[in-house]
Design a protein around this ligand. Structure first.
Ligand code: NAD
Length: 418
C-alpha cells in the first residue's frame, strides 16, 4: 500500500494505530479499516488566458463505503498530494461516524495555487475537474463539498457541470453550494459556528467565562474568519489573527468585522494595519485563552506544544496537531483540547442537512439548521467527554475511538464479500 506517502498520511496512520491498540482491534483487520477503498488521479487540462495549455494533477479518495455514500471536501492547493488527500479522507470517516452521519469519508483536490488563476481559469479548472470525476461520484456514491482553496462558487460550477452531463439539475451532487443554487442556509457559517458552539462547551467544562476571554485564530478563510466573527459576537476579545498574507496582533482586541471586509476586498489581511502587524512564527504561542488553528496541518508539533500558552485548543483545521505534540499536551494536562474530528464537524453536519434537503426538495429555516447542528454537536461532545473520562484518555483518542469503532462494527456486521 505504498501508493500513500508523505507526512500527513503518516500522521493519519500513526493516529489510527494508537486507536487500534487502544480498542484492541485484531492486527488482521487493521489494513482493511485504514486503507482507502478507492483513489482516482486525473489529469486536468485547461486553456490558460495566454493561449497555452496547462495540465494539473487532480485526486479523489473514497475511504470506505460501509455506511453509505462517501462525503468530503475538495482542496485546491499548491502542495496537495495523494497522501494528504487520503489522510483527509480517513479523518472524514471517523468524523462522520462520531457525528452519527450515514457516510464514509472522502476528499479530493487539485495541485494548484488557485490565487494564481484568473476567474475564467478557475472556472475552467473546476468544471474540468468535475467532468473528469463524473464516472466516480454521484449523490449516492460520493458527494463533494468545499475545502481549502474552494468555495460556494466552485461548488456551483461543480453542480452545473455534473447536471449538464445528466441532462437535469442534480443539486444533491455537492454541498456547500450557494443558497440560490440549492444550498442550505447556515452552511457557509456552519464550521465556524460549530467551533464556537463547542468552545462554549469547553469553557463550561473548565469554568472559563467567554466574556472578556482572549482568542487567537490562525487562518482567515471560511473557518477562521467565521470563527473569529462568532467569537467576537460572544464577547470574546480576538487579539491575534493570521492568513497566508499577513499576521495581526493587538492585546486590546482586533476589529474582526472590519478585517473581514478588508480581506474580502484585498484577497488577504496584508496591509490592514502597520501598527498591529506581527510575526506569524510566534502567533500560536502568544498567551491567550482560546487558540484556534484554522489553516494548515501539522502546525503544532512537539516544540510548539511545549510553548503553547492557551487554556482551550480548538482545532478548526484538520490535522493541526501532530501525534508527538499530542503526547506533550497529555503530559502537560493544562490545555482543554477540542480535537479536529469534533471541533470542525459543524461543516459536514450541515452539509449532511443540505444533502437531505436537496434529496427531499424540502428546505429548512436557518433556526432549524442551527438548532439541529447544536443537537448533533452536543451529542458528539457528550459521547467524547464520557468516553475520555471512562477510558482515562485524551479527548482526541476518545473521539477517534468512537468513530473507528462505529465503522469497524458496521464492517464486521456486513462481513467480507465474497
Ligand atoms: P479557506 O481556503 O477558506 O481558508 C484558508 C485560510 O488559511 C486562508 O485565510 C489562508 O490565507 C490561510 N492560510 C494559508 N496558509 C497559511 C499560513 N501559512 N499561515 C496562516 N494562514 C494561512 O479554507 P477553509 O475552508 O477555511 O479551511 C481551513 C481548514 O479548515 C482546513 O484544514 C480545512 O480542511 C478545515 N475545514 C474546513 C471546513 C469547511 O467547511 N470549509 C470544514 C471542516 C474543516
Amino acid at each position: 500500500m505504498s501508493v500513500y506517502t508523505g507526512p500527513v498520511f503518516e500522521m493519519a496512520r500513526q493516529q489510527f494505530n494508537i486507536i487500534a491498540d487502544h480498542i484492541g482491534m485484531p492486527e488482521g483487520e487493521r489494513d482493511r479499516m485504514l486503507y482507502p477503498k478507492r483513489a482516482v488521479t486525473v489529469a486536468v487540462p485547461i486553456h490558460r488566458d495566454d493561449g497555452s495549455t496547462a495540465v494539473f494533477q487532480g485526486y479523489r479518495v473514497q475511504h470506505h463505503l460501509t455506511l453509505g455514500p462517501t462525503k468530503g471536501g475538495t482542496r485546491f492547493s499548491r502542495t496537495v498530494d495523494l497522501g494528504e488527500i487520503a489522510a483527509l479522507a480517513i479523518w472524514m470517516s471517523w468524523k462522520c461516524a462520531l457525528a452519527g452521519l450515514p457516510y464514509g469519508g472522502a476528499k479530493g483536490g487539485v495541485t494548484v495555487d488557485p490565487l494564481a488563476l484568473s476567474p475564467r481559469e478557475l472556472e475552467a479548472l473546476s468544471r474540468r475537474y468535475m467532468q473528469e470525476m463524473i464516472p466516480f461520484v454521484g449523490p449516492h456514491t460520493d458527494v463533494m463539498a468545499p475545502d481549502m482553496g474552494t468555495n460556494e462558487q466552485v461548488m456551483a460550477w461543480f453542480m452545473d457541470t455534473y447536471s449538464a452531463y445528466q441532462g437535469k439539475t442534480v443539486t444533491e451532487i455537492v454541498t456547500g453550494k450557494p443558497v440560490a443554487s440549492g444550498g442550505t442556509v447556515g452552511r457557509r457559517e456552519a464550521t465556524g459556528r460549530g467551533v464556537v458552539h463547542l468552545v462554549r462547551r469547553a469553557a463550561e467544562a473548565i469554568q472559563l467565562n467567554p466574556l472578556g476571554a482572549t482568542a487567537i485564530v490562525q487562518g482567515f478563510g471560511n473557518v477562521g474568519a467565521i470563527t473569529a466573527r462568532e467569537l467576537a459576537q460572544q464577547g470574546v476579545k480576538v487579539i491575534g489573527v493570521s492568513d497566508h498574507t499577513g499576521c495581526l496582533f493587538d492585546r486590546r482586541g482586533l476589529p474582526v468585522a472590519e478585517m473581514e471586509r478588508y480581506a474580502a476586498q484585498h484577497r488577504g489581511l496584508a496591509g490592514f494595519s502597520a501598527e498591529a502587524a506581527a510575526d506569524p512564527e510566534t502567533l500560536l504561542t502568544q498567551p491567550c485563552d482560546i487558540l484556534v488553528p484554522a489553516a494548515l496541518e501539522r502546525v503544532i508539533d512537539a516544540g510548539v506544544a511545549r510553548k503553547l500558552s492557551c487554556r482551550i485548543l480548538a482545532e478548526g483545521a484538520n490535522g493541526p496537531t501532530t501525534p508527538e505534540a499530542d503526547e506533550v499536551l497529555r503530559e502537560r494536562g493544562d490545555i482543554y483540547v477540542l480535537p479536529d474530528l469534533l471541533c470542525n464537524s459543524g461543516g459536514v453536519i450541515v452539509s449532511y442537512f443540505e444533502w437531505v434537503q436537496d434529496l427531499q426538495q424540502l428546505f429548512w429555516e436557518e433556526n432549524e439548521v442551527n438548532e439541529r447542528l447544536g443537537q448533533l454537536l452536543d451529542r458528539a461532545f457528550h459521547l467524547m467527554s464520557t468516553r475520555a473520562a471512562h477510558d482515562g484518555v485524551s479527548n482526541r483518542i476518545a473521539a477517534m475511538a468512537i468513530g473507528v469503532e462505529k465503522v469497524f462494527a458496521a464492517k464486521r456486521l456486513r462481513g467480507l464479500f465474497p
